[in-house]
Write a protein that binds this ligand. Sequence first.
Ligand SMILES: [Ca+2]
Ligand SMILES: [Ca+2]
Length: 624
Amino acid sequence: MKNIAVIAFLLLQVSLCAQDIYPAHWWTGMKNPSLQIMVHSDSFSFKKNAEVMVKYPGVKIVKTEVAKNPHYLFITINIAPQTKPGKMVFTIHGFKNDWTITHLQYQLKKRNAENGISRVQGVYAKDLVYLIKPDRFSNGDPSNDFYADMRDQGHDHNNPFDRHGGDLQGVENHLDYLHDLGVTAVWMTPVVENDMARTMEGGTSRATYHGYAFTNQYQIDKRLGGNNAYHSLISAAHKKGMKIIQDAVYNHLGKDHFLIRDLPDSSWLNRWPSYTNTSYKDQPLVDPYASAIDYKTALDGWFTPFLADINQRNPFVSNFLIQHAIWATEEFGIDGWRVDTYFYSDPVFLNKVNEALYREFPKVTVFGEAWVQSVTNSAYFCENNIAVPFKHNSQGVTDFPLYFATNDLLNQNYGWNEGANKFYQVLAQDVLYKNPMRNCIFLDNHDLDRFYSVIGEDFSKYKMAINLLLTQRGIPQLYYGSEILMKNFKNPTDAEVRRDFPGGWPGDAVNKFTAAGRTAQENEAYVYIKALANFRKTAKAIGSGKLMQYLPKDGVYTYFRYDKNQTVMVISHTGGQPFRPDWNYLSERTNGFTRLRNVITGDVIPITGFEIKPKESFVFELLK
Ligand SMILES: [Ca+2]
Ligand SMILES: [Ca+2]
C-alpha cells in the first residue's frame, strides 16, 4: 500500500506541471488585483472540499472551487498592490486519495515599464497595417514544419489545404522588406496553437493552417516557432518602430482544445438539442424587431462543427478568456487586437474583456471583425453615436461597409446612387461612429477575393484603390502580396487567396521580395505603394487630420485630408470625359494654394492647368 502511495504521489508531482496551470504566470502591479488560476489534470481528480494554502506577502486566497469535472481546480487570489515579484507555492490538499498533497510553484513577475512607450503602443490611422497569413508568407525555419507529437503532421507546400511551413521567423526575416514598403504594423492571422486533427470540409481533408481553431491559448503554435519566436519577432519589430496586432478568437475553441476534450462543465459550451449552426446573420443582434430564436441562433449557434461555440456568460469561461487577453498583451507587448467573429460573442462579455484591456493598457487598440452590410450595423458593434439600449465599447471595427463602397466606386458605373456616389453616401454616414478614424479599412483580406482580380487586373484602378486605402480615414490594412499584384478569386476555395508569397520558401523559382524577382508592373505596384506609404508616415493631414469630401461630379470624386499645416487632395475619375475641377467650388479647402505636388512622382504643377482624364487618380499635396 505504501509503495502504491509513493508511486501515486510521484505521478501527481509529474502530472501537475507548469503547462497545466492557466495563466502560465502573472504579474504584480496589475490594476485588477484579482486572479483566477485554473489547475487542470488529465489524470488526477480534486475532491470537492480540496483546500489550497499559500504563504506569500500580499497574496490572499479568496476562493477555491472544484469544477463539476474534478480534473479542474480554480484558485481565486487577491494580489495586494505592494506585493513583490517572486515565486509562491500553493499547497493543495484533497485529491481523491486523502493522503495526497502537492505543491504548485507560481510566479509573479514585474510588469514591463515600457508598456505604452515602445510596446503596447496602440495602432492608429497614421499606421499602415500589413496582414499576413503566417503559414503562407515565408518559411524561415524548415525544421519546425511538422512535429511527430502533434495531431496533424501534414506539411505539403503544394497542397492548398495543408500547412506550408511558413512561420514567425519568416516574418521576422522580412521586416526590413516591410519597413521599406512603408508598413508600420503587422497583423497576423492567429498564431496561437492549433493542435487539431484534420477536418473534412467540402469533401477535402484540411489542416487548420488558418489558425482559428485554438487548442491552447498559452502556447504559440510550435510550427510557427512557439512562444520564443513570437517574442523574437515582436522585439525585432518594436526595434524597427513597427507594431504587432494579435488576432483574438473569443467565440469558439477548436474541438481538440483540452477544455473541449475534457470539459470542465457542460455550461462551458453553448449547447443545443442537436447540432445547430449560427445563421451568420448580424441583423438579429441589432434589429429591434428580432425574434429571440433568431438572436440566440446568431449568437450561440456554432460557426462550424469543429469550432465549439463557448458560453462566455459562464464566469469561469469569461475569466479564462479575459485573463489570456491580459496575459498575452503583457507577456508579448503586442500593440493591438483584432477580434475575430466579433458579433458572435456575448456582447456583455466583449465589453468586459475590452474594458479589462483598456484598464491595464490605456493605449492598446481593439477593433472587431464585424462582417456586416450597413453602416448602422457596423457602428453598432463599436463605440457609436446611436441611441441603443446596449452600447458596445470596441474602439473600431473592420470597416466592411466602406470595403463594399470602395468596390462600388471602382467597379460600378457612375450613377445617382452608384459608384463614386455610393462611396460618398457610405462615408457620409460616419455620423454614427464615435471615432471612425479607429476603424480598420481594407481592399481585401484572407476571407475575400483579392482586389486586383476584383478590379479586373486594371492597373489604373489599382492605383485608384491604393490612393483610397492610404488616404481615407481609418487604419489602412494591406493584405500580403497586394504590393506585388497577387491575385485570385475564392474559387474553388479560399485557399486561392492564401497562396504562398513567391520567394518565401527555400528553392522558390522567383523571389518577389526583391526588385529583381518582380516583373516591371509588379515593381511599379511596389514602388507606388512605397511612395505613398512613406509619404503618409509623416503626413499628419492623413494620420490625424480632418476629412472633407465633395459631392461627386461627372464621376469625379474629390476629398481633402487637412490640418492647420497641411492639405492633401485626393481626386479619382470614374466617369467618361476629361474633367477640370472647379477651384471656386473647392475654394473652402484650396484657397491660398497655387500648386499641386504629386506625392508619388514629386512633380509640381500649377492648379490652374490641371485636368484629370477618365480612370486617373491622384494624391496631391497643396502648395502655396
Ligand atoms: Ca517552418
Ligand atoms: Ca457564439
